[in-house]
Ligand binder design. Sequence first.
Ligand SMILES: Cc1ncc(COP(=O)(O)O)c(C=O)c1O
Length: 387
Amino acid sequence: MTSEEIFTTEKNFQLSTYSKLELAIVRGSGSWVWTSDNEKYLDLYGGHAVCALGHSHPDVATAISEQAQKLMFYSNVVYSDVRAKAAERLVSVAPIPLSKAFFCNSGTEANENAMRIARLATGRSNIVSFAKGFHGRTADSISATFLGKYRTLGEPNVPGHLEAQFGDLESIASVIDKETAGVLIEPIQSMAGVREASPEFFKQLRAKCDEVGAALIFDEVQTGVGRTGEWFFAGSEAAGGVVPDIVTLAKSLGSGVPVGACLVSDGMAASIKENDLGTTFGGGMIAMAAVNATLDVIARDGLLANAKNIEAWIRDACSHCKAVKAVHGKGCLLGVEFEDRAHPHYQKLLDAKILTGMSSDPSVLRLLPPLNVSEDEIKLFAEVLSA
Ligand SMILES: Cc1ncc(COP(=O)(O)O)c(C=O)c1O
């Protein structure tokens, strides 16, 4: 099909709920994707923060195709070698005391389950989350999303959701109390424009949760699985060493195969009984094969250190561009803040066949490149930026 035919067919037969680029992507390799008219784009948006190893990484492609020929699926009513390995592998890179995994299918589902765990563990119902955080579009997650129009799209919202101000110590002291089951935070607020909070804020947040007996949940759907140059934001220097009770993951975890997960502390896990949580597809064999291959490649190829190099290359490129006011974020989750609106720069990059992303802050353009994008590829971005 030509690009025009693909556009027309999708428009005719898909519910039009997405604002799309006029691009029909049919192939990808490394940091590059190709349109059906064989035009090549450098993808510094990583397929929407998903393709941490680049596109169609050969190890992941081989792992899922070999698994597909052995066993595509059986649910959680049976044990599975590939699921056992994925759970062990994921827990082995998580900070203590995160010691149990629950697999599901997406980021919003991971957050729904994390909030359920917090409620079950505490016997309370209130959830505190933060202004401008994004947590997904299903009922509970969208009710926790105090960003622009999203929460109202989810009306009637789930009761018991309260809003605190990100990075604001006074706000957490007044909103989190003995009725709080859990505090859900996106530790770097990506969609809001890659907003960060101080390590001290995370320490105080941990202390406040401990004081009132509430569960602390990090939504690491974007920050997790190596993107910030650490396996997880949890336990990192940027978090002040704070480890939450639950971490939620999705996006990069399966390198493009849909998969989500909650990593749960010993303490929280002790309150969860049979049938408290469940999903048919969570922990399916294809997804688990993708998780194992993703974690293996990140470790084998030193991609955590590489994510930090990439951040340095991008910061250097931006430091030579007068239009850039600041660069926010860590590793391969960066927000380039312009003195003026970011969209003209986004458009110039797109015209030069470089994909980046906008954010809900009109002055911030987001870069979410694969963790193995090369220095030469970042130079292509730098050239357009300086021009
Ligand atoms: C921080 C964060 N949490 C949750 C979600 C929801 O994930 P999903 O779209 O897989 O449901 C997203 C998606 O963009 C996200 O960025």
